[in-house]
Ligand binder design. Structure first.
Ligand code: DGT
Ligand code: CA
Ligand code: CA
Length: 584
């Protein structure tokens, strides 16, 4: 059903018209929008069956609105509306989304205070100019301030490491709520979809899909909007509801019947680009694919829809893992049975980057070792900070040697192999932060840049390449230095860095910290062209961080990496050889 989508388009257009003081039209548009929203049939199907005439049978929809709707259904946009948007002062559309700020109020703010953009509005709130305007007042200014804050939160992207636990919490809350009241409901079929299922590094909004017969859909929606995490309910319907969480993030829930579950899961997992590619394959093969199912184009007969596997199979494709669905060649590869055999959580045998309370970690060495062993790992590397990293309590040589002693004594009590490691500063001149006689005693040297981010591209590239040419360095930690949403990657020539790393056999880290995810998928793709090897490392600062492996694993899978590409899938005997070779 695209009724709601079409209605929203008309509402939005009405707002823009009103702002431009186009007199009578906004009312007509809103009336049409409301009728479409409440219209019992699927507007797209009506149009397919009866054409434009079918649309004009909807109350309030005249010739010209019907033309616009037809254009929208066919092309996804309406030229005339785009033109209107273009004529509105830029920033209007964004301001329109501030709740409670209708067109009339906006017009007044624009005329009296020259507020035309979001930043104008923010400044006016800050300097309390709005409360002095007639018809506004203190309360209304405060409401606007709150609405801006919510708008910003719901429009900024959420890091994967935050969105994933949040979605899991929402889903388990939902299941808990439904467990008692709704016997017969298949609770295993409540699942997150969208960019989250594709494990993208940031998430725009969280999408959840649930399977239920029509009779149970209402109960799921009720449970959803009354979750303790839910704040504002944006919309609530039989098949789709949207809420903004108290934390500010947007979540969509869709409920579909069992026969459409697989089709809906496929559709709402996306990406949009993958879906478009897949739909074209379907058309070529004589089918029609939608979120309801796969149908024969001629007879309209239903071919598949219960499961994703069935849909891909019927289209002559191998099953495509969600992380690959970005239209980056996966459809062609699936048609030829040439998809990669992606690295899996079960393939990982160890974690090569973590901190203890010897430097800035929260827990003792023993606690970390114990936890890692309980996770079933074969080995870990303990990599506390080197001496120059003072703010992170970097270790001097004496302390490092004490740590070695403790590692030795722990190795008698634990099965897991604990490697002597260090996260060693790559200093400004590219040299490493311990002398060679210390470095050569370490099993794993993880080199990292933590300072001088403002350096020129030439300086930074030179600094890193010098470190990569050092035979004691094994792994380059978080190679781009970016912090999601906070700091861009430093200026560096990645081509040259990857080339030097390949020449010297160095391993590139995929750092799992939610604020890093570094390398990210794009850079991993580039690095792969140089035939580099990678390691997926948590950079843990506490035992709970050890579980963040899945975020980096997601980026590795999104970049088509296989087990063989990742050194911490190797048994220790082989890993040791990799690092030893580098030192000879
Ligand atoms: P996000 O939320 O920006 O991180 O990204 P997604 O991928 O979760 O996108 P979202 O939430 O807008 O929509 C969820 C999925 O629904 C998307 O991945 C694919 C599907 N979808 C949304 N809009 C379209 C569309 O216009 N065409 C097609 N074919 N699929 C769409
Ligand atoms: Ca989404
Ligand atoms: Ca969504």
């Amino acid at each position: 059903m695209r009724n709601r989508e079409v209605a929203e388009l008309l509402y939005e257009t009405a707002d823009i018209m009103e702002f431009q003081q186009i007199e009578w039209k906004p009312r007509a548009y809103r009336r049409a929008a409301q009728n479409i929203e409440n219209f019992g049939e699927d507007i797209e199907k009506v149009y397919e069956k009866k054409g434009k005439k079918g649309l004009t049978e909807i109350p309030g929809v005249g010739e010209s609105i019907a033309d616009h709707i037809a254009e929208y259904l066919k092309t996804g946009k309406v030229e005339k509306f785009e033109g209107l948007k273009g004529k509105a002062p830029s920033g209007t559309a964004e301001l329109m989304e501030i709740r409670g700020l209708g067109a009339k109020k906006m017009k007044k703010l624009a005329d009296k205070l020259e507020i035309k953009t979001m930043s104008d509005l923010k400044n006016a709130v800050k300097s309390h100019r709005i409360r002095r305007l007639s018809g506004f007042g203190v309360k209304s200014e405060e409401n606007i301030a709150r609405a801006i804050e919510n708008y910003e939160k719901s429009h900024s992207r959420i890091p994967l490491g935050k969105a994933l636990p949040l979605a899991e919490e929402i889903i388990s809350g939902l299941k808990e709520e439904l467990k008692n009241g709704t016997p017969g409901l298949d609770l295993s079929r409540i699942i997150y979809t969208g960019s989250l299922r594709r494990l993208k590094e940031t998430i725009g909004d969280i999408d959840i899909l649930a399977e239920a017969e029509e009779a149970d859909a209402g109960k799921i929606m009720d449970a959803f909007v009354s979750l303790p995490e839910a704040g504002q309910v944006v919309s609530k319907g039989r098949t789709r509801s949207s809420v903004i969480l108290k934390e500010g993030f947007a979540i969509d829930l869709r409920v579909v019947p069992p026969e459409s579950y697989g089709a809906a899961l496929q559709y709402f997992t996306g990406s949009k680009e993958h879906n478009i590619g897949l739909r074209n394959i379907a058309l070529r093969e004589g089918y029609k694919l939608s979120e309801y199912g796969l149908y024969s184009k001629n007879s309209g007969e239903r071919i598949a829809g219960k499961s994703e596997e069935e849909i891909y199979r019927k289209l002559g494709l191998e099953y495509i893992a969600p992380e690959l669905r970005e239209n980056r060649g996966e459809l062609k590869a699936a048609a030829k049975n040439e998809l990669p055999e992606l690295v899996d959580a079960g393939d990982l045998r160890g974690d090569l980057h973590m901190h203890t309370d010897y430097s800035e970690g929260a827990e003792s060495l023993e606690t970390m070792v114990e936890k890692a062993e309980s996770m079933g790992y074969e080995y870990i590397a303990v990599t506390d900070h080197s001496r120059s990293q003072r703010i992170a309590n970097g270790m001097d040589i004496e302390t490092l040697k004490e740590q070695w002693k403790e590692i030795k004594s722990l190795s008698k009590r634990f099965r897991i192999k604990v490697l002597r490691g260090s996260e060693v500063e790559i200093l400004k001149d590219g040299s490493l932060d311990y002398p060679d006689e210390i470095l050569k005693e370490l099993d794993v040297v993880v080199g990292a840049v933590h300072s001088g981010f403002a350096a020129s591209e030439r300086e930074m590239t030179g600094r890193i390449i010098t470190a990569l040419e050092n035979k004691h360095l094994d792994i380059l930690a978080h190679p781009s230095g970016r912090l999601l949403g906070k700091r861009e990657a430093y200026a560096v020539n990645f081509g040259k860095v990857f080339e030097a790393a390949a020449e010297n056999g160095k391993v590139m880290e995929i750092n799992c910290q939610p604020s890093r995810l570094d390398l990210n998928d794009e850079l991993i793709f580039r690095a792969k062209d140089y035939e580099l090897k990678f390691c997926i490392s948590t950079d843990s600062h506490s035992v709970s961080d050890l579980a963040s492996m899945r975020y980096g694993l997601g980026q590795a899978r999104r970049s088509w990496l296989e087990k063989e590409d990742i050194v911490n899938t190797y048994p220790y005997s082989r890993l040791k050889e990799v690092f030893k070779k580098l030192r000879d």
